[in-house]
Ligand binder design. Structure first.
Ligand code: ZN
Length: 266
């Protein structure tokens, strides 16, 4: 989740693309009407992430709702101010709710917010604890990395079996290629950057997902559709194909069968 003003708004939409998956969002801060509207716009999977104790509890409360799949974790920006007792409480939440979550997130490293060596060390320690927890329950992780991609890759090296998702990917082309080589997924929002475009162009569609990271920058889960258009344009494929490839990738990484959505009759 980015530090930006939280505004939930609707934008005009083009014709519905069927079956879009939003691989990373924060529904605890998104208007439920915007979630319903996303479902009507074809966003059949929303992978929502907690970032601290309060939002992890809120996220667990959404388990079982149509189209919503939950992850809980401790965001690097929250790791710094969190004491060991509260961290242990969150690790306990992960253990006791492992059947309700599709992975652990949002976790990672953010060196734009960690100003001191002590802050960085705390982020690294918490990140490793989250990765240990993920390997124990054998679930994927959703990783936030800001100016920390080298350390993220080097820490992940010790977790050879770990499935990982680098969300709101901001790495360079070489980082994207390394991610692909290790079998990780990257996901991109609709916000365009030349570096992100290069990353998407240079790795296989089978390692790419889309996300809204809503409510960051005023986005809603429906914006995952705009990210699909962004990916389709860069890969030179049609939008329907980009939607279905990124949808299948999200299902595969998070082991989502989608039957909950089907049963809802939507
Ligand atoms: Zn996020």
């Amino acid at each position: 989740m980015e530090k930006t003003k939280l505004i939930v708004r609707e934008k005009p939409r083009e014709a519905t693309i069927s079956r879009v998956a939003d691989a990373h969002c924060h529904l605890f801060d998104v208007d439920p009407l915007a979630v319903e509207s996303a479902i009507r716009a074809g966003v059949q999977i929303m992978v929502t992430n907690g970032v601290d104790t309060r939002t992890n509890m809120q996220t667990l409360g959404m388990h079982g709702k149509t189209g919503i799949y939950c992850m809980i974790g401790v965001h690097p920006n929250n790791a710094v101010g969190m004491g060991d007792e509260e961290l242990d409480f969150n690790l306990g939440l992960i253990r006791s709710n492992s059947a309700k979550i599709v992975g652990i997130g949002e976790i990672g490293l953010d060196y734009t917010s960690a100003k001191t060596d002590a802050d960085r060390k705390r982020q690294v320690d918490v990140f490793k604890k989250m990765l240990d927890a993920a390997s124990k329950i054998r679930k994927p992780v959703s990783i936030h990395s800001r100016e920390a991609i080298r350390d993220v890759f080097s820490i992940l090296e010790s977790y050879t079996e770990q499935k990982a998702h680098l969300h709101f990917f901001e790495g360079r082309e070489a980082d994207a290629k390394l991610a692909q080589k290790r079998g990780y997924y990257i996901s991109v929002p609709y916000l365009k950057s030349a570096q992100r475009a290069d990353a998407v162009r240079n790795i296989d569609i089978s390692n790419i997902m889309v996300e809204s990271d809503s409510p960051t920058a005023g986005s809603t889960p429906s914006d995952a559709r705009l990210a699909v258009e962004f990916v389709a344009g860069l890969k030179g494929i049609d939008v329907a194909k980009a939607a279905s490839a990124t949808f299948e990738n999200t299902k595969r990484l998070f082991n989502i069968d989608g039957s909950r959505f089907m049963r809802s009759g939507l």
